[in-house]
Write a protein that binds this ligand. Structure first.
Ligand code: ADP
Ligand code: MG
Length: 245
């Protein structure tokens, strides 16, 4: 698992793990290689990004191939899109347009602060334009609305802070047994003492058999990295732009 299987000097990206998927050098490459809904691609084009950043080029194929991932990439390198795009592509379609009745939220993004959760929510709404995605920023008001089981069963993606999610879980107002993708953004903070117990509770509540887990961070101190790796299954670890220590 410690073999360096890919190294791109240009972006200084290293990837470690077994059977690391080939990075996508362009968004067209992604569209060609993977089943990404055309609406999602159309929304992506609106950003007018020329090419994927390092964490996107490497991270998106890894997540689309349903692997667990630890991604370390500096602030401002586009980590948000590197998980939102593959999560939404993997979910295929909003629950509202699927025939199934909806049996609970299918993706969770955890963030250490309300502000960050809010930014992620905005990014997600941009990718969601034109389809009936139900993307919820889990705050006091929405937590209240979601106390109705038939309402929360139709939610696709929840973005929130650990404490808020844990209190809803404990009150029996949120089930995570249908969560297929669990993302930890700014994982260095989420796995620090302040949030660790709550994050572990969210992880424990995510009982879907093949739940995909991924952690993203600008830095991952050794102790925190060990915790992160312990949560992941046969993970791939990518490091962008920093010395891989
Ligand atoms: P991070 O979470 O790594 O700090 P963000 O996801 O917040 O980074 O993205 C930082 C900025 O880069 C945002 O303004 C975003 O719109 C922009 N960005 C993301 N991906 C690309 C890309 N492929 N090309 C150009 N800009 C991008
Ligand atoms: Mg970020």
């Amino acid at each position: 698992m410690e073999d360096v299987v890919f190294k791109r000097p240009k972006d200084r990206v290293t990837a470690k793990g077994s059977e690391v998927p080939k990075p996508a050098e362009t968004f067209e490459d992604l569209a060609k290689r993977y089943d990404v809904a055309s609406r999602l691609l159309a929304n992506l084009r609106k950003y007018k990004y020329e090419y994927p950043t390092g964490v996107q080029a490497h991270g998106i194929p890894i997540l689309l191939e349903r692997r667990d991932l630890a991604a370390i990439s500096p602030t401002g390198t586009g980590k948000t899109l590197s998980y939102l795009l593959p999560v939404m592509a993997s979910l295929q379609a909003p629950i509202a347009s699927l025939k199934a009745a909806g049996s609970g939220v299918r993706a969770i993004v955890l963030a250490p602060t309300r502000e960050l959760a809010h930014q992620i929510h905005n990014e997600c709404l941009k990718l969601a334009i034109g389809r009936k995605w139900r993307v919820v920023l889990f705050d006091k008001a929405t937590a209240n609305t979601l106390r109705e089981k038939n309402v929360r069963d139709k939610v696709d993606i929840i973005i929130g802070t650990p404490l808020r999610l844990v209190s809803a879980i404990q009150q029996g107002n949120l089930e995570l047994n249908n969560v297929r993708h669990l993302i930890l953004d700014e994982a260095d903070r989420l796995l620090d003492n302040e949030f660790l117990a709550q994050v572990q509770e969210v992880v424990a509540a995510s009982t879907y058999p093949d739940v995909q887990k991924a952690v993203f961070s600008a830095t991952l101190p050794a102790g925190v990295e060990k915790l992160a790796m312990g949560m992941l299954r046969n993970p791939i670890r990518i490091v962008v732009g920093l010395k891989d220590t």
